[in-house]
Each structure stands twice: as structure tokens, then as C-alpha cells.
Design a binder for this molecule. Structure first.
Ligand code: GAF
Length: 408
């Protein structure tokens, strides 16, 4: 089977101009714990997975950007000079108005967000700094990150594209700045009001480790996971219930959190701790209180998980994962029957811990299992889905992997 990297290189051939100047890639992610805490300036603990998006990129002699993707083999072109007119303005308007196809808004939104930095460099070049050309580019994208599965296929596209632009436009950005460009593209160009977790995980991922991110200070620390050394494996159960963050529930949850923070008189829910919950229960309506309780307790669970991993390793985190799922199911109400079934069946078959991962309303669950019981757990989940008449899930393992990089 042809891998995604080869597919990107082959797809580049459809531009009819020979080989790309380079290939860059960035991974999807599984979030171990810390859900919907990122846009509340809280804590998250995601890790990059081995599924990646590849961008095969060639420099052009003119000022045109062309993108093509295996998602839609029709190339879409835009001049560098039209980026601002296309994407400036209300979030997501170019996609909503049909000016840019949604898939193309990810890479072109990254170009829009990065372009002013490239222009600044070019201006510096005129004053004697090394020349940095802001050239037009041909970008071919292929991915093996499942789309709509809660594994952040979008951050993978953004990370691969932004890494390519960083090198080819000589922007000199570090991983965190590349992540910020990806997030700007996602929020403003695509119009999905997400936090920054996925982009940071995709750019800063490390082998066998998770990225502990403080979403207020943007400080990161690598936390060793040691799954393999402990005889464990991380099973992903893709329920195949598709979700999208630019719509509905995600936006509503974000608004509830903002309401809760405003009514509690704090800048963000990060500023509340578990000790504040009785006061919050008095002050807030029931739904808002439960949204707040999820965020506050989830932040604490992230901190506890980091501590448990450092002190005792991954065997010690199962209960925290289970509590996180219960909180998302009962308080934040972002789970669906398929996700609950996946979690319950995995736990029933001996998983140490399990929870839905990502934004919710579909997508995937993760289960921490002993490597030699992977088959038993997968089978139990498949049987539970069949019994309830759900579409058969996709189950596969993921290993904590390297972040964005240049491959060729
Ligand atoms: C999605 C978003 F993109 C992230 O920013 C985060 O909010 C996550 O949902 C929920 O934790 O992946």
C-alpha cells in the first residue's frame, strides 16, 4: 500500500512540473486527558500519533499559491496578493460564502496567517538581512490521519503546511509560533473556534511522551508515557460518528464556559479551583454549573495525571481517565451513545482506563490496555457495537510520536 508521503509526492505530479522541493509532515494527536480546557486557559496532556499529513511543496516563480489534496483532487489557486482580501474579515466568511472550498481554507489560511511574517522578512532583506523571498508555492497534501475522528486531522494539515512555509519563506519560527499560525488559520480562516491544544501537540510532539501544556502561559513540558516499557498499549476506537468543530455543540460549550466565568467574576475558568465549586453551585444555573464543574475538575485531573505519570508511570492513571469520561458524559454532555458504549465495553473487557478523546459529539475513544489483551478488548467493543446496531467501529493502536518535521 502506498503511504501518505508517497501519495503527496505523486499528487504533486498533477501540477505537471516534476518533483517538489521538499516534503514536510505533521501528526494528528490523541488527547490523553484535558478536554475543552484549552480555550479556558487550563491544562491539557495530548500526544502526537504516528498518523501524519504530508505536504509536498514546490516553489513557483510567480505569486500564485496552488493547493491540491487527496480529499479533492481539483487544484485550487489563489494569488498571494489576494490572501488578505479573501480571508480578512469575519471568521470563516470565505468558506461560508463559498469563495474557498473548506479543505483548501486550512493550507491557504496558514499561508494567510504566515504571509505578513514573510513580508516582514523580505523588508528586512532590503536592509541587508539574508534574502527571504515570499514566493508562490504549489502544495500537495495527503494524510493518513482519519478525518472527523477526533484525532485532529486539521492540526496535522496546518502543521505540515506551516512547517513548509517556515522553511521556504525563511520565517525562522519555533514550534510554538508555528502552532499559533495553525490556530489562527483554524479560528479565522476556517472559522472553527478551537483552542490551541491540537496545534501545539502536532508541532511539539515527542516519541514516547505527551505534551503537558499550560494554555494560559503556553509553557510546555514533555511527560514520558512509557506505555510500551510497561507492557501497555493505547487503543483508539473510532466510532465513525463524524463531528465538526465549526458547528453547533462545540461553540455552545465554549459560550457556556464564558458565561460561567463572567458570572463567577473571573477572566477564565482557569481561575477557579475545586474549592470554588460550592460557591459556583450557588451562583450558577444548573447547566452552567455542570459545564463549569467539568472544566474545573478536568484541570485538576490533568495535574493529577501528570503527577501520577511522573511518580508511578501509566499503570497509575486509569481511574483518572475513567473519571474524565464520566465528567464529559454527565456534566459537559459531549459524549454520544457510541462513545459511551466504547468506553464501557473496553473497561468491561479489562482496560485500565478509557475515555472519549477530542471535542466530542462523535469521533474516537481511547483505551489504555495491557498489550496482550488488545484483541480481547477490541473484540468486546466490536461486539457491543454490533449488539446495539451501531456502525462497526475502527480500532487501532497509536504510539506517541514525533511532531512536525521536514521529511525530504
Ligand atoms: C478540539 C479542539 F480543536 C481543541 O482545541 C480542544 O478544544 C478539543 O476539541 C477539546 O479538548 O480538538
Amino acid at each position: 500500500m502506498t503511504g501518505a508521503r508517497e501519495q503527496a509526492e505523486q499528487l504533486f505530479g498533477e501540477f505537471g512540473r516534476g518533483r517538489p522541493d521538499g516534503v514536510w509532515s505533521a501528526p494528528g494527536r490523541a488527547n490523553l486527558i484535558g478536554e475543552h480546557t484549552d480555550y479556558n486557559e487550563g491544562f491539557v496532556l495530548p500526544f502526537a500519533i504516528e498518523h501524519r499529513t504530508y505536504a509536498a511543496v514546490g516553489i513557483r516563480a510567480d505569486r500564485t499559491l496552488r493547493v491540491i489534496s487527496t480529499l479533492d483532487r481539483q487544484p485550487f489557486a489563489l494569488s498571494l496578493d489576494a490572501l488578505a482580501a479573501t480571508f480578512d474579515g469575519p471568521a470563516g466568511h470565505a468558506v461560508a460564502e463559498g469563495t474557498v472550498p473548506e479543505w483548501a481554507a486550512y493550507p491557504l489560511g496558514v499561508a494567510w496567517a504566515a504571509y505578513p511574517l514573510g513580508v516582514a522578512w523580505a523588508a528586512l532583506a532590503a536592509t541587508g538581512r539574508p534574502a527571504a523571498e515570499v514566493a508562490g508555492l504549489d502544495i500537495a497534501l495527503a494524510s493518513d490521519v482519519p478525518v472527523g475522528a477526533g484525532l485532529s486531522s486539521s492540526a496535522a494539515i496546518e502543521g505540515a503546511t506551516a512547517s513548509a512555509l517556515n522553511d521556504l519563506w525563511e520565517l525562522g519560527l519555533d514550534g510554538l509560533s508555528i502552532a499559533k499560525i495553525g490556530r489562527t488559520a483554524e479560528n479565522e480562516a476556517v472559522g472553527a473556534p478551537t483552542g490551541i491544544m491540537d496545534q501545539v501537540s502536532s508541532t511539539l510532539g515527542r516519541l514516547d511522551a505527551a505534551t503537558f501544556l499550560d494554555c494560559r502561559t503556553l509553557e510546555t513540558a514533555s511527560v514520558d508515557l512509557g506505555f510500551t516499557a510497561t507492557g501497555l498499549a493505547l487503543l483508539v476506537i473510532d466510532t465513525r460518528v463524524k463531528h465538526a468543530h465549526s458547528t453547533g455543540g462545540y461553540r455552545e460549550r465554549r459560550a457556556s464556559c464564558e458565561k460561567g466565568a463572567a458570572e463567577m467574576g473571573v477572566p477564565s475558568l482557569r481561575d477557579l479551583s475545586v474549592a470554588d465549586l460550592p460557591r459556583a453551585e450557588e451562583a450558577l444555573d444548573d447547566v452552567t454549573f455542570r459545564r463549569v464543574r467539568h472544566i474545573v475538575t478536568e484541570n485538576q485531573r490533568v495535574l493529577d495525571t501528570v503527577e501520577a505519570l511522573r511518580a508511578a508511570g501509566p499503570l497509575a492513571i486509569g481511574e483518572l481517565l475513567v473519571a474524565s469520561h464520566a465528567s464529559m458524559r454527565d456534566d459537559f454532555e459531549i459524549s454520544v451513545a457510541e462513545l459511551d458504549t466504547a468506553v464501557d465495553a473496553a473497561l468491561g473487557a479489562g482496560a485500565l482506563g478509557a475515555r472519549m478523546t477530542g471535542g466530542g459529539f462523535g469521533g474516537a475513544a481511547i483505551a489504555l490496555v495491557e498489550a496482550d489483551s488488545l484483541d480481547v478488548v477490541s473484540r468486546a467493543v466490536e461486539e457491543a457495537f454490533a449488539e446495539r446496531g451501531f456502525t462497526a467501529p475502527h480500532t487501532f493502536t497509536v504510539t506517541p510520536s514525533e511532531g512536525a518535521r521536514r521529511d525530504v
